[in-house]
Design a protein around this ligand. Sequence first.
Ligand SMILES: Cc1ncc(COP(=O)(O)O)c(C=O)c1O
Length: 403
Amino acid sequence: MTQNLDQEIDRMGTQSVKWEYIMRDGVVLHGDHADKRHGAERTLPMWVADMDFRCPPAAIEAIEKRAAHGIYGYTKPADSYFEAMIAWAEKHYGWKIEQEWMTLAAGVVPAINIMIQGMLQSGDKVLIQPPVYYPFARSISNNGMEVVESALLYENGRYLMDFDDLAAKAADPAVKMVILCSPHNPVARVWNKEELTRFGEICIENDLIIVSDEIHGDLIYDGVEFVSFPTISEIFADNCIVCNAPSKTFNLAGLQTSNIIIKNEEWRKLYRQQVARNGTHSINIFGPIAAEASYRYGRGWLDDVMAYVQENYRFMAAYLAEHLPQVDVIQAEGTYLVWVDFRSLGLSPEDRKVLIMDKAKVYLDEGEMFGIEGSGFERFNIACPRSILVEALERLVEVIENG
Ligand SMILES: Cc1ncc(COP(=O)(O)O)c(C=O)c1O
């Protein structure tokens, strides 16, 4: 164990979005709220997807070493960064990437915006599978494109792709791109090879640009296999853009470093042209340095963290089954996000918010953010010390049972 994950680390005063900001109805409440959030009265933030754990020691050391130099001018990532990432991908996904296919970006979301800007024409349509990570829809509509939804099916407590619906929607000639969330945030499904194969065949038949957002691809539960989309076949590899990042894997989100991997030469050119138009080719000096150290030396840390997250998940599922059987915890296969069905409480979104946020003082992402299909659900981020999770669950049970 490289660190005591049970230990609460005070993140106040570190400019942490998760701990120091509260978004309410699209407005950021800051400062005043943060000051009141210490001690027993504190709001427990289990929303935005970063972890309350220190990142791998090797990453911290690498940053400290580079920081000691004292000059932080414009920078380019070292070849050794790419070598480390490529070795990680080969070992863990079985995918042999060439360095030339890779471009670093400040984030997966900015990169998706760049793809939409550089590869589509105004009015084109982009397909997504809600309930899904909400910045997808925003990125599409903010850039003048139309969102087409092929909702996931929710059957017997499990989410599945609706292939008939997908095929019908993909056949619209105006649909030019599809964003696959693999593993899927917020429902925590890790799509299997058969599912991805059917998905890929439908999308390729219809000439779609497949954007495979695999940012959660290293956060996989025991006994579950993550399949990276391009490893399924050469044709799949030629027809997709993969986005992954050390940010979720090693808790480095504030370092703004993501990998955009485009094998298809023509698409890579279009993507890079748009990067040039936007002038966003620069990267953060510390990002690749911390990421390289993590790819090289962080596997043990990641295994410890995922073992802990899975214990948190088991605890949460058992605790809610015993104390709040009217809510359903959806079986998670990966990520550190847990999707919970509160529909049986029969509350409006506003009443649910008052109960959870104002009364229990637990800050979750409400399901409605992920699309209408998420109505009545809540997303929990359980990458936190068990004490925080326990406190949050106890508070929820208290307000739901006793008002
Ligand atoms: C599916 C998915 N994609 C992208 C991101 C964010 O990526 P980035 O911070 O690299 O923009 C997240 C963060 O939660 C996510 O869940």
